[in-house]
Ligand binder design. Structure first.
Ligand code: AMP
Length: 226
């Protein structure tokens, strides 16, 4: 069965890091709409110009834009063994569109990483991104005095949308737009929740176990017997 995984959770829950680790360990691509949009902003494309201002304010880019990006990405052959979506879907409209896009493929496995709001604000304020290679570091990974990227020596920056007022706006948006999404998915036999307040390695192990059990639940009786 292909591992068609959605990594869900509020900004700062660690879904990007866990999606990256899961993708590396299972040989499937990580598809992050946030990364693709930021890349478009950096490249100065028309899409980037339209999306950049919305992202800077902590709001959601329109469903049409992100659904189009994901639809195109999921037609590529490297997604056949599976994929990990990070940051998509964020609304029920996007979730419905995703169901249509992957119709006829294996079931979606939905993993929610749960973390308290106070912890989320603390983590997002401490997060730094390399301006050169785009590697991301949580506060626990770097001493406060480190200003150069441990990977490439590039400058470590705070993401424009990790400023406290923007963080609050993003968490509010998450509450309003994304919670209904949990309602959309949580009754599925392939929905799983893991505790994101643990150490990264333990969250990674919990995610792997959750995906394995969801994949077993998602298999049809015919496949299980063969
Ligand atoms: P992220 O890196 O996932 O936190 O995304 C950064 C920003 O990109 C978000 O605050 C939104 O402005 C935009 N974005 C990313 N993914 C989506 C999505 N699925 N729907 C709408 N906007 C998105």
């Amino acid at each position: 069965m292909a591992l068609n995984v959605i990594m869900m959770g509020p900004p700062g829950a660690g879904k990007g890091t866990q999606a990256e680790r899961f993708a590396g360990a299972h040989g499937v691509p990580k598809i992050s709409t946030g990364d693709m949009l930021r890349e478009a902003v950096r490249a100065g494309t028309e899409l980037g110009t339209r999306a950049g201002a919305i992202m800077g304010a902590g709001k959601l880019v329109s469903d049409d834009i992100v659904i189009g990006i994901v639809r195109e990405r999921l037609t590529r052959a490297d997604t056949l063994p599976g994929f990990v979506l990070d940051g998509f879907p964020r609304t029920v409209a996007q979730a419905r569109a995703l169901d249509r896009i992957i119709e006829g493929r294996d079931s979606l496995i939905v993993v929610k990483i749960a973390v308290s709001e106070a912890e989320l604000v603390r983590r997002l304020q401490a997060r730094r991104v390399c301006g050169q290679c785009a590697a991301t570091f949580g506060g626990a990974e770097l001493a406060a005095t480190v200003t150069a990227c441990p990977c490439c020596g590039g400058p470590l920056l705070q993401r424009a949308d990790d400023d406290e007022s923007v963080i609050r706006a993003r968490l509010e948006v998450y509450d309003r737009e994304t919670r209904p999404l949990m309602e959309y998915y949580k009754a599925r036999p392939t929905f799983r929740q893991v505790d994101g307040a643990q150490a990264l390695d333990r969250v990674q192990a919990a995610v792997a176990a959750a995906v394995e059990s969801a994949a077993a639940a998602g298999r049809t009786p015919v496949e299980q017997g063969s």
